[in-house]
Design a binder for this molecule. Structure first.
Ligand code: PNS
Length: 164
């Protein structure tokens, strides 16, 4: 069975990586789908995000990384994914995630959404918080994979304090 783990990943955090590591053990293949969203101005381009994720998932043979735009369910169908995997951090995620899951099910009843509870140690973590800490020169070690940490430092060392 093939699952897609979609998201913005701007950038990948250790919370995302936790879901990838655990998800890849459940499914034969896991496609990490990076949304290229024309309505949002990300800090990292989709290609930069892809490179960082590829570096982090190098040890995992059944994980692939792809960029998509448009509807997630269309991309999932194209790639033969039967499951959409999403991480749930806290009960506050539940409402939004259920809304997305139900809308996706309406459009593609053959694709199931599965929620994986994030490990407790990452339950407070998201990409926005990581970008904010990095932008003010705070320590992000342990919050993101090493390749992401370096990229964030490079980005903010060059004085880019906007876009998050
Ligand atoms: O990491 P995010 O930003 O919470 O991920 C949200 C994502 C990418 C899963 C969602 O916005 C999405 O699937 N967008 C693609 C467009 C789409 O299919 N929209 C309908 C369902 S929201």
């Amino acid at each position: 069975m093939i699952a897609i783990y979609p998201g913005s990943f701007d950038p990948l955090t250790n919370g995302h990586l936790d879901v990838i590591e655990r998800g890849r053990k459940i499914f034969d293949r896991l496609v990490v789908g990076i949304l290229k969203n024309p309505h949002k101005q990300p800090l990292f381009t989709s290609e930069e995000r892809k490179t960082m994720i590829e570096e982090a998932v190098k040890p995992f043979s059944n994980v692939e990384v792809e960029i998509f735009d448009g509807l997630l369910v269309n991309f999932a169908r194209e790639r033969g994914c039967q499951v959409i995997l999403r991480g749930l951090r806290a009960i506050s995620d539940y409402e939004y995630e259920t809304q997305i899951a139900l809308i996706n099910r309406k459009m593609a009843p053959e694709i199931e959404t599965l929620f994986l509870p994030t490990s407790a140690e990452f339950s407070y973590l998201n990409s926005t918080i990581v970008k904010e800490i990095a932008s003010f020169g705070g320590c992000i070690r342990g919050l993101v994979p090493p390749a992401v940490e370096k990229k964030l430092r490079d980005k903010f060392d060059r004085g880019n304090l906007s876009n998050f």
